[in-house]
Design a protein around this ligand. Structure first.
Ligand SMILES: [Mn+2]
Length: 328
């Protein structure tokens, strides 16, 4: 639960401020982007100025969240001045400077009050003001609570954005964070204009052919370890390039092996660049895996975590599988 004092303080910032900056983590997902879109719509409805600066492009299945192309890829040279003129900066779905890249560096140096809204178990005192609750299913849930606290009108645009947040972070309501609260919020969002069929179609049924091809290749690398309890998949940079796909096209791949009978944990290795490997860990809910990610400098939730590893892909696979096997 968010405490009333923090909610009051953030509400007060919104009343006092005119220019707001929003940002989220690198390789943004439906939750980060949905939270940005909902807050941006709320600010626009209040007649405030809002800029959204991210480190990575919006994946094409989430473009509907940004119909006016407000989300910009941050570059210090062109955007730093705008950043410095902001009254308040919102950091969404992340409490880790590293995963904010350059925009994070520039934000860190400013004296502008920063507000973090997040549900990751990372850093409860990340910024000056924090709306952090690790029990929330998504950042979208916290944005919803905040908007309700402000008596904001939940417009169709806001409802669609927050529905996307909750939908994607609960894995289409199949993860253990699919709480009764999540369902009561989405009931309200549907009442206010979010269409589950339309949003599913936009998020899930507009994937590029390259993504599907990449997935087919990734599946060929799928293998089981430790008596079938651990599933491993690998995607190399060469493969991504040879198909003409983008590294964000791997979003959601790590979830797939969950459906295999007996699999408890999935380890997905994606070579982002030569010498840089993204490890995504997924657990069906019987084993906590974020400790492994933390050990290598990453983080995340109990059952869905990740880390960016420096070095060659092959050097890590055996080691990580071994680390996971200690959990059983
Ligand atoms: Mn999230």
């Amino acid at each position: 639960m968010l405490d009333r004092t923090s909610l009051e303080k953030v509400k007060d910032c919104i009343e006092r401020g005119q220019r707001f900056i929003l940002t989220t983590h690198v390789n943004p997902d439906g939750d980060g982007l949905g939270s940005e879109a909902a807050l941006a719509a709320f600010f626009a409805d209040l007649g405030k100025d809002v800029y959204i600066f991210n480190s990575s492009p919006v994946p094409h299945n989430y473009k509907f969240l940004d119909p006016d192309n407000k989300i910009q890829i941050y570059e210090s040279e062109s955007h730093r001045e705008i950043l410095l003129m902001a009254d308040f900066i919102f950091i969404l779905d992340i409490s880790d400077w590293d995963r904010l890249k350059q925009v994070g560096k520039d934000i860190r140096e400013t004296k502008i009050t920063r507000i973090c809204i997040d549900h990751h178990p990372a850093n409860p005192n990340f910024t000056e003001l924090n709306l952090i609750d690790t029990k929330a299913c998504s950042t979208g849930e916290l944005v919803y609570d905040f908007l309700r606290f402000c008596d904001a009108k939940i417009t169709k645009q806001i409802a669609e954005a927050l529905y996307t947040s909750i939908l994607t972070d609960t894995g289409w309501f199949k993860y253990s964070n699919s709480s009764s609260k999540a369902f009561s919020i989405v009931a309200d969002l549907v009442k206010n204009g979010a269409r589950p069929d339309k949003i599913y179609e936009k998020v899930r049924e507009h994937e590029s052919m390259n993504k599907v091809k990449l997935f087919a290749h990734a599946l060929r690398t799928l293998r089981l370890e430790h008596g079938g309890k651990i599933a491993v998949m690998t995607v190399t940079k060469d493969l991504i390039d040879s198909i003409g796909a983008k590294s964000y096209d791997t979003e959601g791949f790590a979830d797939y092996p969950r459906r295999i009978d007996g699999v408890e944990v999935t380890a997905m290795f994606i070579e982002k660049e030569k010498g840089q490997v993204k490890l995504s860990l997924r657990s069906k809910g019987n084993y906590v895996i974020n400790g492994i990610a933390q050990q290598y400098g990453g983080g995340g939730h109990q059952y869905a975590a990740g880390v960016l590893l420096e070095g060659e892909l092959n050097q890590y696979v055996k080691r990580i599988v071994e680390e996971i096997s200690y959990l059983f």
